[in-house]
Design a protein around this ligand. Structure first.
Ligand code: HEM
Length: 219
């Protein structure tokens, strides 16, 4: 599990670097890509995705959860808000950025829906104080969210081995890498959950036992 935790940390650092680079490109500080450019509001996506990858490793750190449950809960609330901005701006990008193919829109719609479903299930489990289910759904949600970062690790391998001739070929490889990245992340998270099924959850105080019958009155 230590290895998977390390992989998550590496993915988060890569994600942060990707967001910084994309923001710099948007600002015109680095050369534009060959794709049709993004509208300026996509900065909301890069900033929220950067915040998400800073918060995610902290939330997965068992020591912090155990020793500072209030920090975990506060970061969790911020993470949910940031995750919603990230997902909503992301899905809007797929439809509002010029020249995006239908294959990307299909992938992003499925991806966005599953991300929000897992986030919702994780929040619902936390509210119900079902910490084992909360942990499982939040781990799955994080694995789904990190798909674009895994995709960016797979895509260069495709590009180098299969060659990117033009824009059509680019999208074929880019979207194939996205589906594979999603599958890889889901397999990894299910392996994580099976290797360590029980959460180190906060102790739950049992509810007080209510007396069913009144004590006999002393006369
Ligand atoms: C539910 C989660 C997410 C959704 C729905 C989403 C969606 C999208 C979409 C549709 C694009 C535009 C792709 C294009 O056509 O050019 C995009 C770009 C981008 N996303 Fe996300 N994304 C999500 C999570 C993340 C995460 C976790 C990160 C990294 C930490 C991230 C970083 C980026 C970056 C850096 C770009 C710009 C890529 C480039 O210009 O090369 N996204 N995202």
């Amino acid at each position: 599990m230590a290895r998977l935790r390390f992989v998550v940390l590496v993915l988060c650092v890569l994600g942060l670097a990707a967001c910084a680079y994309a923001s710099a490109r948007l600002a015109g500080w680095v050369a534009p890509s060959k794709l049709p450019p993004y509208p300026p509001w996509v900065l909301a996506h890069f900033v929220s995705a950067a915040a998400f990858v800073v918060i995610a490793p902290l939330q997965l750190w068992p020591g912090l959860r155990r020793r500072r449950p209030l920090v975990h809960r506060t970061l969790g609330r911020i993470g949910v808000a940031v995750g919603c901005v990230m997902a909503l701006s992301g899905i809007t990008m797929a439809y509002a950025s010029p020249g995006r193919p239908v294959t990307e829109q299909i992938f992003m719609t499925a991806f966005f829906t599953s991300y929000l479903a897992m986030l919702g299930l994780g929040v619902r489990a936390a509210v119900a104080r079902d910490f084992a289910a909360h942990r499982a759904w939040m781990l799955r949600m994080t694995a789904v969210a990190l798909t674009p970062v895994t995709q960016r690790a797979i895509f260069p391998v495709f590009a180098m081995t299969l060659g990117v001739g033009g824009l059509e070929r680019f999208w074929q490889l880019f979207i194939s890498a996205a589906w594979i990245a999603w599958a890889v992340n889901m397999i990894a998270v299910e392996a994580w959950l099976r290797a360590k099924p029980q959460a180190a959850s906060p102790p739950i105080k049992p509810p007080p036992i209510r007396k069913l019958h009144a004590e006999p009155q002393a006369s």
